[in-house]
Design a protein around this ligand. Structure first.
Ligand code: NAD
Length: 480
């Protein structure tokens, strides 16, 4: 059976324990590979090799680093089919989505930051003819990167690329739920000639490998994407060590539909925003807030559009909803569906597990589910479910829409659907989220800051924000 090994010092190696964890294919519920169960000693070895690699990697010109990253980007695209199949097998997402979104974006992350580091510049202030001030931006050293399972290679490379571009070495840990493409990525790095030790990928459980990375004294910064409670736990360890921290956490995102929206487009796009990737995107709009004037009609059309989404094998290009990532997560989502009913929600569609039959009969599938009639402050409307479950609520005016939108502890993303420019801008200014879309969802220039406020995180990724995070500014003031 396929063994997912660590990538340390430029080589694929077994974990010191020689223990492996079963890795499941969500589409069938069967084990298809074995993941290295690493621990603190594997992390220590990775740090040692990164320490040795750092001086020469950080002293390369930005262009030389970028050339190597561009090679990796090209190889990702060259291996698109293999990587997409691996992502789909590991995560359960439809293979068409992995081909169109996840894998091309992983390549783009590498080429985008290769290009960004070539353009990166720093500040210079001239105080007088005799006093110059400039800012050196130097790499931090060794970075710890920890990523989740929902967009595996996409988010993994989104962290690694800017850290490497800025001249750091990286110890990275993908989610133990979806490690397969990170393993294939390590083979690509070897093929591209990335110098040994510059990037090390250590597989295993969060409480073992992840925690060892966070606790390691020589690791200067932690870039983490995952759940809010894990993020808080990591901050509890890393903050007293005065490490730099970037935390991209959970969300419970509102979708605000005004009565003057471009109706047909809004129905289609809000359904996509609720259920793309089985609702397992941190940016999915799971709370759909609709102006009371169009609520009943919108509800009818939203349900009709949701019912068109075919749930089924991720390898079938007609499936819009694939398998849920793990049995544990599948049970969690079903428990939230029960909770929504207990809390008095009215089920409008879906609400149960789905069995595609045949070889997929033991996979983990849930029908796209919609509830109405739940107050904003109930658990269904305030806790992150992270699955194909959405709720509909109505509002009377902009003020009430803002209150409902801001009625959770999270503040990651929101989308606003209206043709009224002034309402759009008013909502964008008042809704407390790091990202606001107007008449769109999930389109974004990689140069803008990305991240959440409130319980959705600390810090921003993307473009210059990321390059600033992965460098230490040193102000040099000179009088002559
Ligand atoms: P998770 O927090 O369970 O795990 C994320 C990563 O952290 C995994 O690699 C895991 O092994 C590791 N980890 C777990 N415990 C750890 C510990 N004690 N120390 C160090 N590392 C540890 O999250 P998940 O279930 O993999 O992902 C889903 C969550 O991620 C959702 O809450 C989702 O909203 C969030 N997410 C956020 C964004 C964003 O950009 N804000 C993007 C994607 C996903």
């Amino acid at each position: 059976m396929l063994k997912i090994q660590n990538y340390i010092n430029g080589k694929l190696i077994d974990p010191i324990s020689n223990n492996y964890i079963d890795n499941y294919e969500p589409a069938t519920g069967k084990v298809f590979s074995q993941i290295a169960q690493s621990g603190a000693t594997d992390v220590e070895n990775a740090v040692e090799t990164a320490r040795k690699a750092f001086p020469s990697w950080s002293e390369l010109s930005a262009d030389d680093r970028a050339v190597c990253m561009d090679k990796i980007a090209d190889l990702i695209l060259k291996n698109l089919d293999e990587l997409a199949l691996a992502e789909s097998k590991d995560n359960g997402k439809p293979i068409w989505m992995a081909k169109q979104v996840d894998i091309p974006r992983a390549s783009k992350n590498m080429s985008f930051f290769a290009s960004a580091i070539r353009q990166f510049h720093s500040e210079f202030y001239q105080s007088s003819n005799q006093i110059y001030n400039y800012v050196l931006r130097q790499p931090l050293g060794i970075i710890g990167a920890i990523s989740p399972w929902n967009l595996p290679l996409y988010l993994f490379t989104w962290k690694i690329a800017p850290a490497l571009a800025a001249g750091n070495c990286v110890i990275a840990k993908p989610s133990e739920v979806t490690p397969y493409t990170a393993y294939l990525f390590s083979k690509i790095c070897i093929e591209a000639g990335l110098p040994a030790g510059v990037l090390n990928i250590v597989h295993g459980y969060g409480g073992e490998v992840g925690e060892a990375i966070v606790k390691h004294k020589e690791i200067k910064a932690i870039t983490f994407t995952g759940g809010t409670s894990t993020g808080k736990h990591i901050a509890g360890i890393a903050a007293p060590m005065l490490k730099k921290l970037s935390l991209e956490l959970g969300g419970k995102n509102p979708t605000i539909v005004m009565d003057d929206c471009n109706y047909e487009k809004t129905v289609k796009e809000t359904v996509r925003a609720a259920f793309a990737n089985q609702g397992e995107i941190c940016l999915c709009g799971s709370r759909i807030l609709v102006h009371e004037k169009i609520y009943e009609q919108f509800k009818k059309d939203f349900i009709e559009e949701t019912k068109k989404l075919k749930t089924g094998s991720p390898y079938d290009d007609s499936s819009k909803i694939g398998a849920i990532v793990s049995e544990q997560h599948f049970k969690k989502i079903l428990s939230y569906i029960e909770l929504a009913e207990e809390e008095g929600g009215k089920l409008l569609t879906g609400g149960k597990a789905f069995n595609p039959g045949g070889e997929f009969k033991n996979g983990w599938y849930i029908e796209p589910t919609v509830f109405e009639g739940l107050p904003q402050n109930c658990r269904t409307n305030t806790e992150e479910i992270f699955g194909p479950v959405a709720t509909l609520q109505s509002f009377k005016n902009i003020q009430e829409a803002i209150e409902l939108a801001n009625g959770t502890e999270y503040g990651l993303a929101a989308s606003i659907w209206t043709e009224n420019l002034s309402a759009a801008h008013q909502l964008a200014a008042k809704v407390d989220c790091g990202i606001i879309w107007i008449n769109a969802w999930l389109v974004r220039d990689l140069r803008i800051p990305f991240g959440g406020m409130k319980q959705s995180g600390v810090g921003r990724e993307g473009g210059e924000e990321a390059l600033k995070f992965f460098t230490e500014p040193k102000s040099v003031c000179m009088k002559f």
